[in-house]
Design a binder for this molecule. Structure first.
Ligand SMILES: Nc1ncnc2c1ncn2[C@@H]1O[C@H](COP(=O)(O)OP(=O)(O)O)[C@@H](O)[C@H]1O
Ligand SMILES: [Mg+2]
Length: 142
């Protein structure tokens, strides 16, 4: 299921937590810890927080590996909506994700297919200011 870009959830006016880091391998842990802290602060249960850490790890790894050169900015955003919490990862590349079919012998190309199985909706869209955002809506409850 690839959700249409125009369905990207709208953040609340004052409630977006933002972490910007430079693209490097350590950025992935930084994004994961940032999201983990946010889910703890927002009193989500540990199953949903675990899912959130897994999702942001895939999206941040992709931003680092496929959507940036070392030192380029990677921004992680997380916020609540009526449908559930949303995680967004923005990078400066206009190249869009491509979900690959799952195969028995492939060693890579599973990240987005896994995300697709784990969340009710996700998608991506280019941004007017350049680059793109990949977002994932999590269920309100795990
Ligand atoms: N942030 C991104 N920027 C550019 N391309 C991306 C991004 N995320 C994913 N892609 C593209 O989509 C493909 C599938 O991503 P994924 O399922 O995570 O597999 P993998 O990362 O193992 O290749 C990647 O190989 C890449 O070509
Ligand atoms: Mg990947």
């Amino acid at each position: 299921m690839i959700t249409k870009a125009e369905l990207r959830p709208t953040p609340p006016p004052n409630g977006v937590a933002v972490l910007e880091v430079k693209s490097e391998p350590e950025s992935i842990k930084a994004a994961r810890d940032f999201v983990a802290d946010w889910f703890a602060e927002n009193a989500y249960d540990s199953d949903l927080a675990y899912l959130a850490r897994t999702v942001v790890t895939e999206l941040a790894t992709n931003a680092h590996r496929h959507g940036s050169d070392n030192g380029d900015p990677i921004t992680t955003r997380v916020f609540n909506t009526d449908a559930g919490p949303v995680i967004e990862v923005l990078d400066a590349s206009t190249k869009l994700p491509t979900v690959k079919p799952l195969t028995l012998d492939g060693l890579t190309g599973r990240g987005l297919a896994m995300v697709d199985l784990m969340v009710p909706a996700w998608g991506f869209t280019r941004l007017p200011e350049g680059g793109k955002v990949v977002w994932a809506l999590l269920h309100a409850h795990a």
